[in-house]
Design a protein around this ligand. Structure first.
Ligand code: NAD
Ligand code: ZN
Length: 681
């Protein structure tokens, strides 16, 4: 291949990978591989500048803007960072700096390189006005509504030393806790888990539905302050000011007065970073003095006064002993790799996730192979490759099972899905047990005292086959049951048994579950694709199980945010006679099969449509919450303060003096509790 051909090839490949990464939030190769290709292209372009493409990925920030959001031009461009994976290049970087500013001491600020997406947030007169993505560096997507869902980001700030207009920049990310929770939910309802927290954050920030964004609990760390007039002389001062003004600044940064201190910081965080609540992929080193930053300047793509040291993902080599196949609640059969135990990022790893059948093929895995295992922020580590040089002469090809490892049924594959499913819903033991576990979990019926192997015991004794059987259990049946269970990891065994106290606690939990609200009962039923939020929406819309049972697919898709796939799944669930009997038995047992009084209030009329309300004081007939519900149920809107936009102030006993006074000044209509009731009857 000629250098020109290689330049063409690399340019095209990198542009493709950039599109996948920034538009679709998918990484087809590791960052390390991407950066190696980029480096190769940079080198070739230096040697053969005549073949360099206009708009080469070496010259531009990788992202673009999308059609779904309004485009905002950045007041100050948003650039990338030059990066390196080795320490020598940090020393080289320092030397280049010394050549440009030979006479002065240079201080550095080291920060974590947070792995999320860049955000630029603008404030005018103390109010948050816009939140924008980096885009192509010159213009980005206006995602203000999604940025507003970040709980740690102030929506307005007051401080004497604040300029009227300024921007802050930082990294929006998905904390590991949120990521693992989101993935657990996805697995719960039979969806593929998301690949990693960065891609999950990138995808979430670009959702159209801000309520869903809020639910996913993103967060952001700020590290840049920008205004037309420079009010600080160092980066350190600006970080301290951001902190003082109430922005979320990660407390991991450090000022270093020599490059040796910088290297020490890097070494220190190489493993410490795994204790942080989010993924990081390196360290960013910035020159502290703004005067020196100005002298050093920028390339078309990144500042010369900063560099990112990237950690190679921690990877170890070990052998693949065997593959186990787990059967989930929805019948999906997923492979798990059993490894020779190995130390990785501070923990002993024995298992790795393989996601699905395709992964085994993609990696070309064979039993006994030496495999590379990496750990990111995911719950369990993953296999990223095979060391073919060490493959034994005779190695066993892995045949994905065609039958269920638990019950022997022939596996099926749904159209367009990679998962292989055991279709034996009614008779496959792990599916039955997983459905029972799903039913008792905290987010569903909250019958904690049945956890930790107890369900297993009830199932084995033939006492419980479906969750409806819980409600027929008696003290006599439970008391005295016993079983010894062995922990597969430690080999330790322990005895579980139902003595008096346990038995009482279980019966109480079962009884208490009869007051669990309908929306959680609906989630507990375990209908495919009906997770917590979907259950909530369905419960609020249909209000009773009877109405939901009768609903057609067309009716179901009328519910906001319910798509065809969920609708189909609900209809199919109720078409099955067994499921209808199951629901009938739960109803007979006394479970909540309709929404409670407060929730029924929702959407009663349009009588208050277009009107805004605020209340002050206490009321004879309502708790505050009930009043709020009523306003919204009759299509009115609640405001958070008295302003020119307010139509009615409902005044109760002991009203707030300042609210009343302000309302008088602005000529807002003030009404009593009774007058409010007249508006809605
Ligand atoms: N795997 C793939 O397919 C693929 C494709 C495209 C890009 N990538 C990766 O993305 C990189 C390019 O992305 P990039 O231009 O965003 O560069 P980058 O992610 O390497 O560095 C720049 C970004 O770092 C972030 N950052 C985090 N902490 C920071 C801090 N403390 N201070 C300043 N900035 C901080 C900012 O968002 C900034 O925009 C590539 O080098 C590659 O590693 C991977
Ligand atoms: Zn099975």
């Amino acid at each position: 291949m000629t250098p020109q051909q290689r330049i063409d090839e690399l340019t095209e490949r990198l542009q493709y990978l950039n599109n996948r990464y920034y538009q679709d939030a998918v990484s087809e190769v590791s960052d390390f591989e991407f950066d190696a290709l980029l480096r190769e292209l940079t080198q070739l372009e230096l040697e053969y500048p005549q073949f360099k493409h206009k708009g080469s990925p070496t010259q531009n920030v990788g992202g673009t803007v999308s059609k779904e959001f309004a485009t905002v031009f950045h007041r100050y461009p948003m650039l990338s960072l030059s990066n390196t994976y080795n320490e020598q290049e940090i020393l080289d970087w320092e030397e280049r700096i010394r050549k440009i500013i030979p006479e002065e001491d240079v201080e550095f600020i080291c920060e974590q390189k947070f792995d999320g997406i860049s955000l630029s947030i603008r404030y005018e007169n103390g109010l948050l006005t816009t939140g924008v993505t980096r885009g192509d560096g010159t213009r980005g997507d206006d995602i203000t509504n999604n940025v507003r869902t970040l709980r740690t980001l102030p929506h307005h700030i007051e401080a004497e030393d604040l300029p009227p207009i300024f921007e802050v920049r930082g990294e929006g990310f998905m904390p590991l806790l949120s990521f693992n929770k989101l993935n657990q939910e996805r697995v719960d309802i039979g969806e593929e888990p998301l690949m990693n927290p960065r891609n999950a954050a990138a995808g979430t920030f670009k959702l159209q539905d801000s309520a869903e964004v809020a639910r996913r609990r993103l967060d952001c760390y700020l590290y840049t302050f920008l205004a037309d007039t420079e009010i600080f002389s160092t980066h350190e001062e600006s970080l301290l000011a951001l902190q003082r003004w109430g922005f979320n600044v990660s407390q991991t940064w450090r000022k270093c007065s020599s490059i040796q201190e910088v290297l020490a910081y890097i070494n220190e965080w190489e493993t410490k970073r795994f204790d942080l609540p989010l993924n990081t992929d390196g360290i960013v080193i910035k020159v502290n003095s703004f005067a020196q930053q100005r002298e050093l300047g920028y390339t078309s793509k990144s500042p010369r006064w900063a560099i990112a040291y990237k950690f190679k993902a921690q990877s170890v080599e070990t052998t693949l002993r065997s593959i186990s196949y787990q059967v989930g609640r929805t019948g999906a059969v997923t492979p798990v790799a059993n490894l020779s135990p190995v130390l990785l990022a501070g923990t002993i790893v024995k298992r790795a996730s393989l996601h699905n059948a395709n992964e085994i093929e993609r990696l070309g895995l064979r039993l006994g192979d030496h495999v590379y295992v990496e750990k990111g922020g995911e719950i369990i580590p993953k296999i990223t490759g095979v060391n073919l040089e060490k493959r034994p002469l005779i190695s066993e090809v892995i045949h994905y099972p065609t039958t269920c490892p638990a019950c022997g049924s022939t596996l099926i594959q749904r159209e367009g899905e990679v998962a292989r499913l055991c279709p034996n819903e009614k008779g496959c033991p792990p599916q039955i047990r997983a459905r029972l576990e799903h039913f008792i979990q905290r987010k569903a019926m909250n019958m904690d005292s049945l956890g930790e192997g107890k369900i297993e015991l009830l199932y084995e004794k033939g006492l419980v086959r479906t969750a409806a059987d819980f409600y027929a259990l008696t003290y006599e049946q439970l008391f005295g049951l016993e079983k010894t269970i062995t922990d597969p990891d430690t080999g330790k065994s322990k005895k579980i048994g139902f003595r008096e106290k346990t038995t009482q606690a279980i019966l109480k939990a079962i009884d208490d579950s009869k007051t669990v609200p309908f929306e959680r009962v609906l989630f507990a039923l375990g209908i495919r694709y009906v997770g917590e939020t979907v259950a909530q929406k369905l419960a609020r819309y249909f209000k009773t199980i009877e109405a939901l049972e009768k609903a057609s697919a067309e009716e179901l898709v009328n519910v906001p945010e319910i798509g065809g796939r969920i609708a189909q799944s609900v209809v199919e669930f109720f078409q099955e006679e067994d499921n209808r009997i199951f629901v009938e038995r739960l109803k007979a047992a006394g479970l909540q099969m309709s929404v409670g009084q407060e929730a029924i209030v929702e959407q009663l009329s349009d009588k208050l449509a277009g009107k805004t309300f605020l209340y002050t004081g206490t009321f004879e007939n309502f708790e505050r919450e009930a009043l709020e519900h009523l306003i919204e149920a009759h299509s009115g809107k609640l405001l958070s303060g008295v302003s020119g936009k307010l139509n009615y102030l409902i005044v109760g006993e002991k009203p707030g003096a300042s609210k009343v006074e302000k309302a008088k000044k602005l000529n807002v209509t003030m009404i009593s509790e009774e007058e409010f009731l007249k508006l809605i009857v």
